[in-house]
Ligand binder design. Structure first.
Ligand code: UDX
Length: 450
């Protein structure tokens, strides 16, 4: 293991600076740390991780990489391209300066988020191996790369009349489930897809997914690519429990949950980027209240366009909410989903939230907003059969009915049974001899061999 005088046991991680990407990258860091590697997280100044939540990692901040990017007003494609260019300019010298400070371990490899593709070129320049981390589902990756072919064949853009039609070769997806971005135009998005589909000189691809969930999508990806893929998820269940939350978690909701009965509460959160307008927000509030079920609702400040927080709720409605509901700005989500009072999750279906829910056997009401969330929602409702999808605009009657179907009706109980079964199968995958455990061991062997 000793090469050029230094033991190469240090892994450099390069996350994309968004919560849904930072979480799995830092979870991967914890997993590798507990397998004997030291971890250096190289990050942009935009939306940086909190070093105090991972005292056993080193953090290197890349100078001049801050940004005033706002997902509602800026083009995400431009942001990611600029971020890659800025980081590339600093990455090499930052690593060299760090090496010169005399770290005990040499760098074994660089593991980078698929959207931080500049890392692959730098790794190649420095003669270091690199590995890609894909933080969304395998099925999303297949659907996203298929967009290029669908465009060439004239299937997209598609008219509204085709939105319910099945997409050729992408069962069970319909055209409306395709993972388009709403943060840039189609041409830009397809350019980004092409950049993230090409593994170039990287040695392997890590997927935060599980064979028992996505066996056939993983097999297709492996057929298409020449390098090994390692489905080692669900990483949040394998990593130590430290939080990588960028926002302060309000744990008072756990005390509130303790007072609720088993499977009685619907947990509501639309993640870290999705937003709604005031009308949708008020419809959601009425729907939840009218369902007569208890609910814990995360309303992220700024997630309702034109409002600071919940001040736009009409007065009478606020009082109704107080009877059955509990609203927080940010929750310790994994602990919430693991609480036995939670009987369902109304979610935007970001991949982390989807995995976290499935791993606790909590059935979902899917309200996907954009991108991979649509693919995930379709798989939750039509492949794993542990949820139902809200198909139309947010409307109080539809929300009320969906909550009651999940929490009160027999249909919800059946989903909970299937969810429990899936949870147990996932637990087997991460135990010794299980598929994720085997993949993790192979990944570790590969890194040791570099
Ligand atoms: C973004 C994209 O929207 C998503 O489609 C992609 O899969 C990942 O990046 P995001 O909105 O961040 O997703 O959602 P998600 O992937 O579910 O990640 C959110 C994370 O924040 C989860 O790990 C969740 O546990 C955490 N969270 C959310 C909290 O800790 N507290 C909360 O109150 C809400």
């Amino acid at each position: 293991m000793e090469k050029q005088g230094k033991r190469r046991l240090r892994v450099v991680l390069v996350p994309l600076p968004f919560q849904g990407h930072i979480n799995p990258m830092l979870q991967l860091g914890s997993i590798l740390r507990s397998n004997g590697f030291s971890i250096t997280v190289v990050h942009a100044q935009y939306s940086p991780p909190d070093p105090s939540s991972h005292p056993d990692f080193s953090f290197l901040s890349l100078p001049d990489t801050s940004s005033d990017f706002n997902v509602l007003t800026s083009d995400a494609f431009d942001f990611v391209l600029q971020l890659n260019a800025k980081c590339k300019a600093r990455f090499r010298e930052c690593l060299a300066a760090d090496e010169a400070t005399g770290a005990d371990d040499g760098i074994a490899c660089i593991i980078y988020d698929e959207f931080m593709f500049f890392s692959e070129e730098t790794a190649k320049d420095l003669n270091l191996p690199s590995i890609i981390l894909r933080t969304s589902s395998a099925s999303n990756f297949l659907a996203r790369t298929a967009l290029i072919q669908l465009k060439t064949e004239g299937h997209i853009p598609f008219p509204e009349s085709r939105s319910q039609d099945p997409v050729p070769k992408l069962y069970p997806l319909r055209f409306k489930d395709l993972p388009f971005s709403i943060f840039t135009n189609l041409e830009n998005f397809l350019q980004m897809v092409s950049k993230t589909s090409n593994s170039k000189t990287s040695s392997a691809i890590i997927h935060n997914t599980i064979n028992c969930l996505e066996n056939s999508s993983l097999a297709k990806i492996q057929q298409q690519c020449q390098i090994p893929i390692f489905p080692i998820g669900p990483m949040h269940k394998i990593a130590s429990a430290s939080s990588s939350s960028l926002l302060e978690e309000d744990s008072s909701c756990l005390a509130w949950l303790h007072k609720q009965s088993c499977n009685s509460v619907i947990y509501v959160s639309l993640g870290t980027i999705a937003f709604m307008d005031v009308k949708e927000f008020v419809e959601m509030a009425w729907g939840l209240t009218n369902s007569q079920q208890s609910f814990l609702w995360v309303v992220r400040p700024g997630s309702v366009c034109g409002a600071e927080w919940i001040e736009v709720l009409p007065e009478g409605l606020k009082e109704n909410i107080d009877e059955r509901g509990y609203i927080v700005k940010w929750a310790p989500q994994k602990k919430v989903l693991a609480h036995n009072a939670v009987g369902g999750f109304l979610s935007h279906c970001g991949w982390n939230s989807t995995l976290e829910s499935i791993c606790e056997g909590v059935p979902m009401i899917c309200k996907p907003c954009f991108g991979d969330q649509r693919v995930n929602a379709r798989y939750v409702s039509h492949v794993w059969s542990v949820g139902l999808e809200l198909e139309s605009e947010l409307e109080r009657g539809e929300i009320e009915r969906a909550v009651r179907r999940l929490i009160v009706d027999e249909e919800g109980k059946e989903m909970r049974k299937r969810g429990k079964n899936l949870k147990e199968r996932i637990e087997l995958c991460i135990k010794e001899g299980g598929s994720s455990n085997n993949s993790l061991n192979e990944l570790i062997e590969m890194i040791m061999s570099f």
